[in-house]
Design a protein around this ligand. Structure first.
Ligand SMILES: NC(=O)C1=CN([C@@H]2O[C@H](COP(=O)(O)OP(=O)(O)OC[C@H]3O[C@@H](n4cnc5c(N)ncnc54)[C@H](OP(=O)(O)O)[C@@H]3O)[C@@H](O)[C@H]2O)C=CC1
Ligand SMILES: O=C(O)C1=N[C@H](C(=O)O)C[C@H](O)C1
Length: 239
């Protein structure tokens, strides 16, 4: 497959290694450090799919350009979802293909699945306070992490009394606390904790490297061409 990489930082480089190891060809790299190559030079004749991991402020423009240029796009950038309904509408209008996941790791997507199951059970039995904690490297620009937001949405689906999340340990009864920590080069750790006066229960995912994210993004890129619409890891993994 011919893959266009948009963003060549920590993730772009990890994805390039995965893509090559799976027999794909990287036909272009779009990044501010390589101004000689522009996204406008690429369409379906040049690339089968684009993989976008850049920055919260850049992602929507890149996704829009891919959809307008007829390129199926796998996007992993976080912090831009306030534009997601516009991206969805454009994918529909253009008959294009957009794949989005706040986290491409298969392990994290199992974590999302178990998170919802546990939230439903804990709410049914009651008596526990719930909170979400995410720990990432100090270079991360968005807070809370996209993954923590997906986890929080999964919990809130089963806790109707939790009306919104709050990025602070101090939570009102109608709020779900998401605690963010930035620590050295931590790749990405997410923990859901339930606490009662007599015991505690934790669900934790810890990424040891970026390989799992990159592997999932390449799996999505292999799956997406030929599909039309907006997709996520549930479609890919059948979860
Ligand atoms: N969904 C998932 O599974 C995962 C998502 N992420 C998300 O992916 C994004 C990137 O993460 P990461 O690779 O660690 O970040 P990095 O900062 O290491 O890399 C981002 C790269 O994108 C470049 N860039 C910035 N703007 C543009 C643009 N308009 N077009 C093309 N390239 C651009 C940056 O250049 P410059 O430095 O010059 O600005 C940089 O080289 C983040 O939003 C992160 O949260 C990360 C890991 C997993
Ligand atoms: O910025 C990162 O590094 C990561 N970002 C994603 C997020 O915001 O959830 C996924 C992963 O945790 C790493």
């Amino acid at each position: 497959m011919k893959i266009l990489l948009i963003g060549y930082g920590k993730m772009g480089q990890a994805i390039e290694a995965q893509a090559i190891s799976r027999g794909h060809q990287v036909v272009g790299i779009i990044d501010p450090a390589r101004p000689e190559t522009q996204l406008s030079q690429f369409g379906p004749a040049e690339a089968d799919v684009a993989i976008e991991f850049t920055h919260p402020d850049a992602a929507f423009e890149n996704v829009k350009a891919c959809l307008q240029q007829g390129l199926p796009v796998v996007c992993g950038s976080t912090g831009w979802l306030h534009h997601f309904s516009e991206a969805r509408a454009l994918a529909q209008e253009k008959g294009g293909a957009l794949f989005y996941a706040s986290n491409y790791s298969v392990g994290v997507n199992l974590f999302f699945h178990f998170n919802e199951y546990i939230a439903a059970k804990m709410h049914q039995f009651g008596g526990y306070d719930v909170q979400v904690r995410e720990i990432h490297h100090v270079h991360k620009v968005d807070q809370p992490s996209g993954t923590a937001l997906t986890v929080a949405e999964g919990i809130m689906r089963h806790y109707p009394e939790k009306k919104r999340w709050r990025n602070d340990p101090a939570q009102a009864p109608e709020e779900l606390a998401i605690i963010s920590e930035r620590l050295a080069e931590t790749v990405g750790t997410h923990v859901v904790t339930y606490t009662s006066p007599v015991d505690g229960l934790e669900l934790k995912h810890e990424a040891y490297s970026r390989e799992g994210f990159a592997h999932g993004a390449v799996l999505a890129a292999e799956w997406l061409p030929g599909h039309k619409g907006v997709f996520g890891m549930k479609d890919l993994l059948g979860l």
